[in-house]
Write a protein that binds this ligand. Structure first.
Ligand SMILES: Nc1ncnc2c1ncn2[C@@H]1O[C@H](COP(=O)(O)OP(=O)(O)OP(=O)(O)O)[C@@H](O)[C@H]1O
Ligand SMILES: [Mg+2]
Length: 275
């Protein structure tokens, strides 16, 4: 599935908390994603990662001009609001508590944006297929309260994948999971990506996660965000523990850490290293 997403000179300013002025959060970000793959976006806390991701998804905050300047282009066309090319997955999944796993995954087809995406006669097979792919094939009738945190995150992923989007935007999707479950979800994502080769832009704080998953790792500076560096990783996935301990991976890790520390000195947040 090919798609080109381009961010051109994106600046985002928000009203300051005291309402007296404005705060620049994103300061001239230029990014081009022109082939399918898993693209990691890494940066200090509060540097504007979610803001950049939402801009790609056409999600615009209420009452704020967004972006303040610059353009987001999808296949060369300006993206000014919600569009059916991209779906987002968040850390705080929002599965509907009163609906079964099956009905949660069926829900996007009720939305205006997506309702014509898949012919009605194909939906049932598609929903069951995607629930099986994320490992919930035997839990179609379970409600979210009957599922674990990891299973709920699988359900949120199924809800996104059922639409077979060309662009999947993931905002720290595994950040709230325990280490074991996170590792399982990372493996699952690698498997799913092999089948549905879309463009994934994946925000994380975790350098190891970036090295494990990314074809490219983009480092954003501390707020206001700029692109500090981009690294391409050519090691095929799945990437082994042995590779993670290799000279190449260690060099990448320490270069990324240095860039992020530079951010910290200038007042940014923390990063997690689990290597
Ligand atoms: N709608 C908004 N109105 C005002 N300020 C906002 C708005 N959205 C985000 N901000 C501010 O912009 C800055 C960047 O926020 P954003 O959520 O994009 O950062 P982030 O890098 O994703 O942070 P985190 O690492 O905590 O997830 C923060 O200081 C935040 O308070
Ligand atoms: Mg964020």
């Amino acid at each position: 599935m090919s798609v080109r997403v381009e961010l051109k000179d994106i600046v985002q300013e928000y009203p300051s908390a005291d309402g007296e002025g404005i705060v620049r959060v994103v300061d001239g970000v230029n990014l081009v994603y022109d082939k399918p793959g898993i693209h990691m976006l890494l940066g200090p806390s509060g540097c504007g990662k979610s803001t950049v991701l939402k801009l790609m998804g056409g999600v615009r905050p209420d009452g704020v001009v967004s972006p303040s300047s610059g353009e987001v282009l999808i296949d060369g066309k300006p993206c000014d609001g919600p569009h059916d090319d991209a779906v987002m997955v968040f850390q705080q999944y929002a599965n509907f508590p009163h609906l079964s796993a099956y009905d949660n995954v069926a829900f996007p087809f009720k939305l205006k944006l997506w309702k014509n995406r898949v012919p009605a006669g194909e939906r049932d097979a598609r929903i069951k297929e995607v629930l099986t792919a994320v490992g919930l094939g035997d839990k179609l009738h379970h409600r979210p309260s009957q599922l674990s945190g990891g299973q709920n995150q699988r359900l949120a992923l199924a809800q996104a994948l059922v639409l077979r989007p060309r662009i999947l935007l993931m905002d720290e999707p595994f950040g709230a999971l325990d280490a074991q479950t996170r590792a399982e979800m990372q493996d699952l994502l690698v498997d799913l990506w092999r089948e549905q080769q879309c463009l994934i832009v994946f925000v994380t704080h975790d350098i190891t996660e970036a090295l494990l998953l990314g074809d490219r790792v983009t480092i954003l500076s501390t707020k206001p965000a700029r692109v500090a560096r981009e690294f391409d990783i050519t090691e095929p996935r799945p990437r082994s523990d042995l590779w993670l301990r290799s000279t190449e991976a260690n060099r990448l890790e320490s270069e990324i850490l240095d860039l992020l520390k530079e951010g910290n000195v200038r007042g940014g947040g923390q990063v997690r290293v689990t290597i």
